[in-house]
Design a protein around this ligand. Sequence first.
Ligand code: NAD
Ligand code: TYD
Length: 349
Amino acid sequence: MSKTILITGGAGFIGSHVVRLFVTKYPDYNIVNLDKLTYAGNLENLSDIDKLPNYTFEKGDIADEAFIDSLFAKYSFDGVVHLAAESHVDRSIKDPMAFIMANVFGTVNLLNAAKKYWANNFEGKRFYHISTDEVYGALEETGFFYEDTPYDPKSPYSASKASSDHFVRAYMNTYKLPVVISNCSNNYGPNQFPEKLLPLAINNIKNNKPIPIYGKGENIRDWLYVVDHARAIDLIYHKAETGKTYNIGGHNEWTNIDLIRLLCKVMDKKLGREEGTSEKLITYVTDRAGHDLRYAIDASLIEKELGWLPSVTFEQGMEITVDWYLNNEQWLDRIVSGAYSEYYNNMYK
Ligand code: NAD
Ligand code: TYD
């Protein structure tokens, strides 16, 4: 059945994989990608699909009330898949207000537009909010985040995402807006902006620059290949009961230092360097303020109820990712030569 779906943040890392999946898998859907094209948005991420007839790009800010209203008036959206956000913890520590504007204000603005334009008929409508496991706070060495784990966000980023999650649920409770939410662990894969750990390390190894590891490198993250996140989003959008929340994760926990050592091995092999060469670039630097020790998702609910499982192993995902960055040097070089270099020099001085 034909549908018109608004995907926000589709020029970013995860959003571009979601747009590609929806546009190619559902040729009878009209996919509208709304993105402000902040430093993290890059239309090059979609150059392979942007000529397809069921894809439209709209540049704009989710926090711009008049613009969002006009967009909902222009298209009769059946659904919203909302990914647009400020997404980097370190930036949120430097400038929390930008995160409140995009993540909280922007989300409420979208909720208001959906409520206004769908008010007389929620039938067949869906507002899907994409969130993070960071809303649950930090774990010690054991235990997992479940869908009913109490919220305990600890960084300005996770506080803004937690706030947006609360608003989404409040709009369902108060106005009956048909919502679903998912909270995912750390993603990796092609097109990730090189401020995040893995692409930053890949770029630095390639250029023989120090790999900055915060603190002792003992913090633990649960890594999921981005295409598997996009597959989960597709499944949840189409199959989840209204009001449900699903956690998405890779059952794939790594301390930062072990993860980077593994990456160094893969990079040595790919670059034809002697084993051990890249590891010498590892440099311990001042820890992130309030650095969450461990995130780990229990993803058994989405596995049991929707039959989702990751499709690639971590070894496969890492190979694909490293190959992608090495084969797409222009993509990386264009980013690191721009405003990113100013950010980098400021952040890692
Ligand atoms: P990203 O930073 O790569 O992309 C964000 C996109 O949103 C960019 O294209 C940017 O231009 C756009 N954007 C930002 N502010 C906007 C605004 N005000 N109006 C319109 N567009 C705006 O982020 P990502 O890593 O792809 O994350 C996407 C979503 O997934 C976010 O909501 C994030 O919280 C969530 N998430 C990310 C991860 C992860 O590991 N990266 C894990 C779980 C959840
Ligand atoms: P990041 O990719 O920023 O994701 P998040 O903070 O959302 O988990 O960081 C992943 C982990 O890597 C996190 O524990 C912080 C750490 N890290 C470093 O050690 N050095 C770096 O330069 C960066 C960017 C992150």
